[in-house]
Design a protein around this ligand. Structure first.
Ligand SMILES: Cc1cc2nc3c(=O)[nH]c(=O)nc-3n(C[C@H](O)[C@H](O)[C@H](O)COP(=O)(O)OP(=O)(O)OC[C@H]3O[C@@H](n4cnc5c(N)ncnc54)[C@H](O)[C@@H]3O)c2cc1C
Ligand code: SF4
Length: 338
C-alpha cells in the first residue's frame, strides 16, 4: 500500500472544507487525491490492491450523529448516509413499509461487513470486474482512460448485458441501489458551496466513452442522506448468486407494486447484477400499469426489460436468469399479504 495521510473531520463543515481541496482528473471515485472514509470496507480493499491511490483520507465518521438518522415522518423515509447497512435492514419501520430496502441490505455482503458498511459507501462502491481490480492487467478503461478493456474478449461471465458500451461492460455490483432507484429516491449532497438534491437515478453514469467517470458527484461533494416519498409495503428484493451468502448478485430484481382490486396502479422494477449502473426497467413497468397481472403479461414485461440486452461470450445466461428472477419477484410481490 502507498503512504497516505489520515484526517478526522470534526463536523460536516470541516469535512467538506478538507474535501474541497480534492484535485481530481478522473472524477471523485477515480484517482482523487482526497477520499472520504466511511466504513472503509471497500475503499481500503481497493487501496491495498493499488487500484485507488488517494494521498489523503478524510474520516467522516465523526458526523455519524447527524448523518445516520433513519426516520419515517409523514410517510416519507429519510436514511442518513452514515447509517450502517445492518442497522437499516433491522429497522422495523423499514421492514414494514419498505421490505425491498430491508431485503436488499440484508442479502448483501456478510454480517460483519453490514455492521461496518455505510449506505453512502454502499451506493458508491466500485465494480467487481476482476480486470479492474487486478492492476497487472494494463487494459482497463475504467482504471486508466484509453487503455482498452480486457473483459471484452476475456472471461466476462459476471459482466453486464444492459447499459454497456464498447469501452466498458463492468457490472454495477450493489444491491441497495436497485431498491433506491425503483422507489425514485433522491440524494441529498453536501459541499462547501451548500447543499443540493438530485434524483438517485441521476447519481450514476453509464460508461459510454468515459467509464472512468462513474457518478455525477463533483470533487468535494459528500452524500448526506437519501429520501423516499411515500410507503411501499408491497415490495420485494430477490437476488440470485453463486452461493447463498457473502456474494454479489448474478441477477436480482427490486420490485414495488401498487395493486388495487387486482389491477396494477403503479409498478417499479429495477434490475441488479446485469447492468453497468443501477437499472430501472421502465418499458416493463409501462406495460404493467393499468393492467391485471397474469403470466402472459409478466412474460411480455420481462421480454421488454431485456429487449436492448447485449450479451457477450460468457454472460448470455444472465438474460434468461434475470427474466426468471424478475417474473418470480413480480409474482411474489403481487401475492404478498399486506
Ligand atoms: C467480500 C465482500 C462482499 C460484498 N458483497 C456485497 C454484496 O453482496 N452486495 C452489496 O451491495 N455490497 C457488497 N459488498 C460491498 C459492501 O457493501 C461495501 O463495501 C460497503 O457498503 C461500502 O460501504 P463503506 O461505508 O465501507 O464505504 P467506504 O469503503 O468507506 O467508501 C466507499 C467509497 O465511497 C466513498 N464514500 C463513502 N461515504 C461517502 C459519502 N457519504 N459521500 C461521498 N463519498 C462517500 C468513499 O470515499 C469511497 O470511495 C461486499 C464487500 C465485500 C468486501
Ligand atoms: S469491463 Fe470496464 S472495468 Fe472491466 S476491464 Fe473493461 S473497462 Fe475495465
Amino acid at each position: 500500500m502507498r503512504p497516505f495521510t489520515y484526517q478526522k473531520a470534526s463536523d460536516a463543515a470541516a469535512a467538506v472544507q478538507a474535501l474541497a481541496d480534492a484535485n481530481s482528473t478522473n472524477g471523485p471515485l477515480g484517482e482523487s487525491a482526497i477520499q472520504p472514509l466511511a466504513g472503509g470496507t471497500t475503499l481500503l480493499d481497493l487501496m491495498k490492491l493499488d487500484v485507488m491511490r488517494p494521498s489523503m483520507l478524510v474520516d467522516i465518521n465523526p458526523m455519524s450523529d447527524a448523518w445516520s438518522t433513519v426516520s419515517l415522518e409523514d410517510g416519507n423515509l429519510k436514511l442518513g448516509a452514515l447509517a450502517r447497512m445492518a442497522e437499516v435492514a433491522a429497522n422495523p419501520d423499514v421492514q414494514r413499509n419498505y421490505p425491498v430496502i430491508a431485503e436488499s441490505l440484508k442479502l448483501a455482503a456478510s454480517a460483519q461487513l453490514r455492521n461496518m458498511a455505510s449506505l453512502g459507501g454502499n451506493v458508491l462502491q466500485r465494480t467487481r470486474c476482476t480486470y479492474f481490480r487486478d492492476v497487472s492487467y494494463e487494459n482497463c478503461n475504467k482504471r486508466t482512460a484509453g487503455s482498452g478493456c480486457a473483459a471484452m474478449d476475456g472471461f466476462n461471465r459476471t459482466h453486464a448485458v444492459l447499459g454497456t458500451s464498447d469501452k466498458c461492460i463492468a457490472t454495477y455490483p450493489g444491491d441497495f441501489a436497485q431498491a433506491l432507484i425503483a422507489l425514485d429516491a433522491s440524494v441529498e449532497i453536501a459541499s462547501r458551496s451548500g447543499a443540493r438534491t438530485i434524483r438517485f437515478a441521476d447519481l450514476h453514469k453509464a460508461p459510454g466513452d468515459s467509464p472512468q467517470i462513474e457518478t455525477t458527484l463533483q470533487p468535494g461533494e459528500l452524500i448526506s442522506s437519501f429520501s423516499i416519498q411515500g410507503r411501499w409495503p408491497r415490495s420485494t428484493y430477490l437476488k440470485v448468486r453463486d452461493r447463498q451468502s457473502y456474494e454479489f448478485a448474478l441477477s436480482s430484481a427490486a420490485v414495488a407494486l401498487d395493486v388495487q382490486d387486482g389491477t396494477v396502479r403503479d409498478a417499479r422494477i429495477a434490475l441488479g447484477g446485469v447492468a453497468t449502473v443501477p437499472w430501472r426497467a421502465r418499458e416493463a413497468e409501462a406495460l404493467l400499469r393499468g393492467q391485471k397481472l397474469d403470466d402472459a403479461l409478466t412474460d411480455r414485461a420481462v421480454e421488454a426489460a431485456f429487449a436492448g440486452a447485449v450479451p457477450r461470450k460468457h454472460n448470455a445466461f444472465k438474460v434468461d436468469l434475470c427474466k426468471r428472477v424478475t417474473s418470480r419477484a413480480l409474482h411474489q410481490t403481487a401475492t404478498m399479504e399486506i
